[in-house]
Structure formats: C-alpha cells, structure tokens
Design a protein. Structure first.
Length: 310
C-alpha cells in the first residue's frame, strides 16, 4: 500500500471533525459543534479511524441521543454526516455508515420549516451571485454549486473543452466523475452568463483560453490548488454581505454549508419548490439509485419531470 494512502486512512473521526469545524466562519457555531462532539460523539467514535466506523456505531449513538428533541438529534447526525460526506469526497471511504434507517423522523411542520429555509438560502445565494459578486471566477464556482449541483472535484477539474456554449451544456468526463460514468447536463442561464463573463475576462486580461485550460484559474495562470480555500473565501464574502444587509437569519444556515451541502440544497429546492421529479434530480446528481437520491431530499410531494439531462 502506498504511504500516501496509509496517511489518508490514518485519519480519525476526531481529526476530520475538527478540520471541518475550523472551516466554519461563525465562532459561536464552532463552539456549538465542539460541544456536540465532546458530549455525544467523542466517546463513541472520536478515536476511531474513519474507515473503521460502522453502522452499528451510529446506532449506538442514536440510542444515546434518542431522549433529545428531534431538531437536536437531526443536528447531531447532520454534522456527523458532513464528516463522512467529506471523507467520501476525499476518497478516504466509499460510503457513509449513516444509513437511511438512521435518519431522524421529522414531523411535517419541521419539514416545512426546512423547505422554507432551503428556499431562503437558494434565493439569497443566487441573488448575491447575480447582483453583488464581481469576481467572475467566484460566480462560476457559485453557480456550478447552487444551480448545477456539481461536486467540487468536477468543478475544479472542468476544462473549457467540456463547455459547449452552442448547446448550453457541460460534459463531465467518466474519468472525472465519481461513479466513472460520463454525464452531459444542461447549463442554467445564470451559469452560462458567468462562464461567458469569465471567458471574456481571461481573454482581455491574459489571453483567450485554450480548450485544454482549466475553467477555474487565477489571473497569474496558476490553477486553483485548494477548492475548499476558495470556497471558504466566497462563503465569507457572502456572509459579510448578508451582515451588511441585516439578513442575519441566513448567516448561521449558510455557515453550515460545505460544497457537498449545496447538492442537498439543489435537490430539496428543485424537488419541493420547482416540483421536479426525483428521478430527474438523481440524473443531475449523478445517482441512479433511488435510495441514494432520497438522502439528498428532505420533503415529499407530487411532481413533474424536469429536463436537465441531454
């Protein structure tokens, strides 16, 4: 086994949890998460290597917190899920030990609240990207997350040859896709505008991008080395703007968002607000397994088919 792989696999849940907490911009939220970890997670799985944690460990945690309110249980399992989602994105594990049966059953009133929350975040973020953000690179990054539900590795490995302005579509090559299946998806008008703006900016300030150039690159021609670092900068700019606009209720919600969390936002928003069928959302997310898709969606209702995939 390669030494690099050994190093990746040697990460404990505690290490990954604390790394996740460091990236939260709200000090109060960081404190709350560390309290959750110390009280409910450290003893059970803190010292375990991330790939050693099984569904039985999660079941043990659930039994210990079942006396808490639904919202509190949901928050504990939610932040725990974020750790596993990031471990999956980094290739440390193949799947999360948190299964569908482990999900906290949320009553209808709380479901409606979550949907209202998702609608507010979606509208606030898209407004910021459309009207406030002046960095074309950040606009592309933001719309690829919120409007297209792309994984971060798909975004930072995207090349200009993958973008087709004529058909208003984007191609994810099989070698880039997590499930090793190629995908071509329609681009939202906001995403197209942001891409055209970035292309024009690069042409005027550097040179016309080559087809083999990465879409996300700096003015000094250095490819983005840390997507998480750039994402944190974008999220910090959004939070500062919402503070200045007294849109304070959005801040603690947005502060919890990772790049992967925007896939949940996309699924929940388009399923409940835009009434897009679950199977169509699954195709956008790159999942054909119905159970996998259900993990991204909070609420269920009657829907119509959406035309996302070419």
């Amino acid at each position: 086994m390669h030494s690099g792989l050994k190093q990746e696999q040697s990460k404990t849940f505690e290490y990954l949890f604390k790394e996740l907490v460091k990236r939260k911009s709200s000090k109060n939220y960081r404190i709350e998460l560390l309290q959750i970890y110390k009280k409910h997670l450290r003893k059970s799985i803190g010292s375990k290597l991330i790939f050693e944690i099984k569904s039985s460990h999660i079941e043990s945690i659930i039994k210990k917190i079942e006396h808490l309110s639904q919202s509190r249980q949901h928050k504990i399992l939610g932040i725990t899920s974020q750790v596993f989602y990031e471990a999956i994105e980094c290739g440390d594990i193949q799947r999360s030990p948190i299964l569908k049966k482990h999900k906290v059953k949320i009553d209808k009133e709380e479901q409606k609240f979550i949907i209202k929350e998702a609608r507010a975040v979606f509208k606030a973020v898209t407004h910021y990207l459309l009207e406030i953000e002046d960095n074309p690179l950040f606009r592309v990054m933001g719309f690829m997350l919120v409007e297209q539900a792309r994984r971060k590795n798909e975004i930072y490995q995207m090349k200009w040859c993958d973008i087709n302005f004529d058909t208003e579509s984007c191609r994810i090559p099989a070698k880039t896709s997590k499930n090793r299946r190629g995908l071509t998806f329609r681009l939202h008008s906001n995403t197209i505008s942001a891409l055209q703006e970035l292309y024009a900016y690069n042409t005027s300030s550097i040179r016309a991008p080559k087809s083999t150039d990465f879409v996300l690159k700096y003015r000094n021609k250095i490819h983005i080395s840390s997507f998480d670092y750039e994402f944190k900068k974008l999220k910090s700019k959004m939070i500062d703007y919402f503070k200045s606009e007294d849109n304070m209720h959005i801040i603690p919600i947005l502060d919890q968002y990772t790049p992967h969390k925007f896939r949940n936002l996309f699924a929940t928003y388009y399923y409940n607000v835009k009434k897009i069928e679950q199977s169509a959302i699954g195709l956008v997310l790159g999942h054909i397994n119905e159970k996998q898709v259900e993990q991204y969606i909070t609420y269920y209702d009657s829907h119509i088919v959406g035309d996302f995939i070419l």
